[in-house]
Design a protein around this ligand. Structure first.
Ligand code: AMP
Length: 394
């Protein structure tokens, strides 16, 4: 069944529950240090307000471990959201219960109420039926705009949708689904997948699923060393997942003749994982036994960039090196620049690659920046995401 978007539903006078992702970073004082996630949810919230709905917002924040903890209260979010909307957003005492029911009953059209942290209740992550029904009883319409948690079957992302008659996707959620579907269903070729980050084991599913769809796979980051080891190179003290070596070799074999599978040919190696450590550029054949490779080298940047420049579709997940340390960040930033320069339809997902694209100041040149690292990976693995499937119910 096709998924409806929030603006395709009659909302006037209705109680509209929107599952948002307000899991924002905060400083020690509890102040919101980056309000991107709040800003991104504004189009959906405004659309409900303008349609005359009563907006009920719900989110998790941090890991309160199923207990009420003032440290994880959504109060700072309510404050920031009020400023952004130019309208007072009240914070409910809890996310379920009589008190909350009463507060909602008193709401006028166009008003906005933020429920308190969903994860103050352990039942949220357990997808508990009674808790799901309690959430569902608060609303007439359910909207999910939190793609980042769509791969989890929680009460607020999956359970409660069984007890609400009308469900829909928010604008942010819809953009994620449409962009990722485009990359899976009808991608234009050449189609280049760029995979990096620490571990092969985290990206196995994606590589397997994409192997039948892409023209080229570029592997960088820590995961490249398990592949290089599988090909017989001595990679020194670089990150290797011993138990993934034979699997990696199998993948390379399976891709033969079908996919161009490119691994780094040179590296920035260091004496130890430390920004101050001595470093040098080394080729695959010359990695010193006691050194650790922490970024792709200039030759690899050139090789990868050429592939990226000729692509029509690009999916990128995971940094090319330990980009948190300046001396090992150049490869990741160079790839960010190349993806930005390319005219391909590009999707960047995963916290680190998104951070790199933002830091490089090229975010506006990327077709779609996914708000959910884990969720976008599972989507690209071809898995059905419970939070998305739930929206197909009606
Ligand atoms: P992931 O969460 O799997 O995308 O991994 C991201 C992490 O991989 C980052 O914290 C990077 O520092 C790390 N990483 C990238 N390249 C390397 C490398 N060559 N060696 C060790 N860690 C790396």
């Amino acid at each position: 069944m096709a998924i409806r978007t929030v603006n395709q539903i009659e909302l006037k006078g209705k109680r509209v529950f929107i599952r948002v992702d307000f899991n924002v970073p905060q400083n020690e004082k509890g102040e919101v240090t980056d309000d991107t996630r709040i800003v991104q949810s504004l189009p959906t919230i405004r659309s409900v307000m303008e349609a005359g709905g009563k907006t009920i917002l719900a989110s998790h924040l941090g890991r309160p471990k199923g207990k009420r903890d003032p440290k994880f209260s959504l109060a700072p979010v309510a404050e920031r959201l009020s400023k952004l909307l130019g309208k007072r957003v009240a914070l409910a005492i809890d996310c379920i219960g009589e008190e909350v029911q009463k507060q909602i009953a008193g709401m006028k059209e166009g008003e906005v109420l933020l429920l308190e942290n969903l994860r103050f209740h352990p039942e949220e992550e357990k997808n508990d039926e009674t808790f799901s029904k309690a959430l569902a009883s608060l609303c007439d319409v359910y909207v999910n705009d939190a793609f980042g948690t769509a791969h989890r079957a929680h009460a607020s992302t999956e359970g409660m949708t069984r007890y609400v008659k009308t469900v829909a996707a928010g604008f942010l959620m819809m953009k994620e689904i449409e962009s990722l579907e485009k990359a899976l269903a009808s991608p234009q070729k050449p189609y280049v997948a760029i995979l990096g980050g620490a571990k092969v084991s985290d990206k196995i599913g994606v590589i397997e699923n994409l192997l039948d769809k892409v023209t080229t796979v570029l592997v960088g980051g820590g995961m490249a060393y398990t592949f290089l080891r599988a090909k017989g190179f001595d990679v020194g003290k670089s990150l290797v997942e011993e138990d993934q070596i034979s699997f990696s070799l199998g993948l390379l074999e399976r891709g033969k003749g079908k996919v161009k599978f490119l691994l780094p040919s040179d590296h920035i190696a260091a004496e130890r994982m430390d920004a101050q450590a001595k470093k040098q550029i080394v080729k695959n054949e010359k990695i010193p036994p006691d050194w650790v490779c922490l970024d792709i080298g200039p030759e690899t940047v050139k090789l990868f960039s050429e592939e990226i420049m000729s692509a029509k579709t690009i999916v990128w997940n995971g940094p090319m090196g330990v980009f948190e340390m300046e001396p090992f960040s150049q490869g990741t930033f160079a790839i960010a620049q190349a993806v930005a320069k390319s005219s391909a339809f590009s999707i960047v997902g995963g916290g680190d690659s998104v951070a790199a694209v933002n830091k490089a100041g090229v975010a506006d040149k990327i077709s779609h920046i996914s708000t959910g690292g884990g969720a976008s990976l599972e989507f690209l693995e071809g898995k059905k995401l419970p939070g998305i499937e739930a929206l197909r119910r009606g």
